[in-house]
Design a protein around this ligand. Sequence first.
Ligand code: BGC
Length: 925
Amino acid sequence: MKLNVSVNIVFFNVLATIFLSLGATRSVGQIKVQNMLIEHMANPIGVATVKPRFSWQLVSDKRNLLQTAYEIRVANDSSALFLGKALVWNSGRVFSDSSINVSFKGRSLQSGRRYYWQVRVWGNSGKVSDWSTPAFFQMAFLNSSDWKAKWIAPGFTEDSLRASPLFRKQFNSPRKIKSATAYITAHGLYEAQINGKRIGDAYLTPGWTSYHKRLQYQVYDVTDKVIQGENAIGITLGSGWYRSHMSWDNIPDSYGKDIALLFQLNILYDDGTTEQIISDESWKSSTAEIRYSEIYNGETIDSRKEKKGWNMAEFNDNDWSGVKVSRNAMNILVATVNEPVKKHETFKPVKILTTPKGEKVIDFGQNLVGWVVVKASGRNGDTIKINHAEVLDKLGNFYTTNLRSAKSENNYVLKGGGEQTFEPHFSWQGFRYIKISGYTGQLIPENFTAVALYSDMEPTGTFTTSNPLINQLQRNIEWGQKGNFLDVPTDCPQRDERLGWTGDAQVFSRTAFFLRNGNNFFAKWLKDLAADQSPNGKVPDVIPNVLNYPNGGATGWSDASTIIPWNLYLAYGDKRLLKEQYPSMKAWVRFMTDSSRNYIWANGFHYGDWLSYMLDNDLYGRSAVTDKYLIAQCFYAHSTQLLINTAKVLGKTKDVTDYQKLLVHIKDAFMREYVTGNGRLVSGTQTAYVLALNFDMLPIHLRKQAADRLVKNIRSYGNHITTGFLGTPYICQVLSRFGKTNVAYDLLLQESFPSWLYPVKMGATTIWERWNGIRPDGTFEPASMNSFNHYAYGAIGDWMYSQMVGLDIDENGPGYKKIKIQPHIGGNLTYATATHITPYGKLSSGWKVENGKLIIDSEIPANTTATIYIPANRADAVTEAGKSITKSKDIRVGKLRNGYLELQVGSGRYIFCGEWPLNTKKESR
Ligand code: BGC
């Protein structure tokens, strides 16, 4: 069987090589096509959309490459593709510059079928590329009748701890196998094996969705696992999000008490016949070593109860129970859209210590999310207990109070007789430290490995500067994202929440999209947001919504429904996603309008500028509390503006007019209610001015004075930030926009509390929930709300990429079709550089100040254009690759304004050099 598969692959590769070399001999240009994606994924298996979209990237060693035409061809198999005969679809030569999200336009694609495709492109030089290396995609189930499997539940009564059930099925494959595909989902979480081999490398499958409305299934190519002859399928389930105790209220069974499996294996034999192995009444069930598993509390594994060989064909399952066939819904099954959770970095202990209390503790040096793989040997019945913590307290003792009711404890019972390896399956922890009890041997580093688990989104950003503290801040932002992008965007990964808080997600979204490709991750989550949204448009506080009380409608939280789709559109240019979310976006704005009187939205519960700077016993009124309704009015306007933008993109002209009228009313109401004649806001906080300026709430003539008031406020706090969740993402953006980048740098480089660098100085390896989670004297903020891994304040990452280095999206060309590069030099840095993998390819820029010169090195991906703003006060003082830019045929020199020279360029690398410092007093705009 294996032979068959590898023969296929070899054939495919041989064809590709012959084809490429043929192509090379008749090559007429330097254009190459690479990174071919379907629905933003490379060679995906399980595509459910009937008109999948194709994307590719162009590369060339020449500058100014734009695509003028493309041709796509799709075939049922690689040889047909190679010959260009019997094609499923040939787009023909299409004159277009589109190289991302190009829709399939052929006849219907078939359920479960694999297709091979290639593309070639024409460039503006008149040259044509070779046909690309072939890529493939495989369709998911397209019709509900494709599902033959039945839902099955354990055939025994579960014990009180709800030990993980095992399901088993033995079957015979009589003939030579050509391909085998497994379709799997569960109520709960599953880990599946065929003949003892794990299916796939995804964890915590099927992931978390609004289970009653949408349940994702995964599709796996298991051709290399099924053999001709006797086979066995073994599947273990865990309670997972489906029925673990969730939220601080510890509500069990959010989606139901039942745990169940749905499994289908479609086998295609060499002789063309097919067979399906499905979950049905013929399966067997039992329990084994996973005795307990809950998301917050951890897992208990008693290895004495292991059923050796249970996942192999030879196993005798006579004493196993049967299964119950259950009538769970089938019409909510959807193919998976987002990247699965996978194992990533591993960490070895950096320190093994005994605390003053006598606890045995291991420090992994990084606050991360995942689990620890433990190797141990001992006597039969010895129990090793592993507890998890993010921090040690002031005295150096193990501190878990901030986990609240989450036990985060794994227990491993040994069976004796040699070394054993343990790791949890359906529970994970947020930790830097573990405490070990019951370990009989000596604690040695080799026996403990921390593994980071997170959604396998493509890393798309790198960032580095001459300031090590800023670089550590950037790393902390990255780790905040890794730990909290675990199938859904969570607030925190450790205490009894780990929920998809909408506010946190929207606050961080722009930063997130620089660091990792968030297109599919958020496309999936936004579907759940729309699914859980109330008919009146109210968006719940957490998505999926597992809170057991009426919630939602909070300003800055529910706006995730408008802000995230728009940010996604800007970052990835995915118009279909905007179209799909449009009804949800509209419904949210309708909710705010319906809740308003005379266009003022001043009611309902709001979190406001959550966790802004606050003092106990605030004698001098220094706490930075912003009027919640002022904030609500700003976000009401902002969401309406985003709806206008979206309606324009979607060509909904009537909506554009209607919402524009609405926006005028909202802003007029804001002026009446919250602004004095001189432009002072009724709340004089940083957040109030930041939101009013960022969302254009004030008429142009009042903006400068507002920006000045903002600066005055910042100065009055000794250059400290006082914003909470809602003001933080925009404060430095607003400062740069109004020519006050120096103040933004003062905030960024501030090292004392409250500031971004204060936690860095305190040794943080992630972003903290609070500006002062650990106080300067080493004591903690109240444990009721003190996470050390909350990404919201990491939202400064957006400014660091887009302003400090200056890699930005030009809103007129979403998805980086048009790029804006405008570096902001300052903060005594000598260099700052970043790269970002855009849908068109790698974009990078960096600046360096050296010997009275400013060097800017930028690389623009093919099939895009960029406007680069070079700090300068004379065009003839700037050179590119050693020559005056005024003489370069590749650069169009534009206006000189506010200390920047505007240049238009096409793709390619440019190294500019100018004078530094500039002989000018003013900064931009
Ligand atoms: C979460 C937050 C969330 C908030 C609502 C908290 O418990 O951890 O990050 O946004 O509740 O204010």
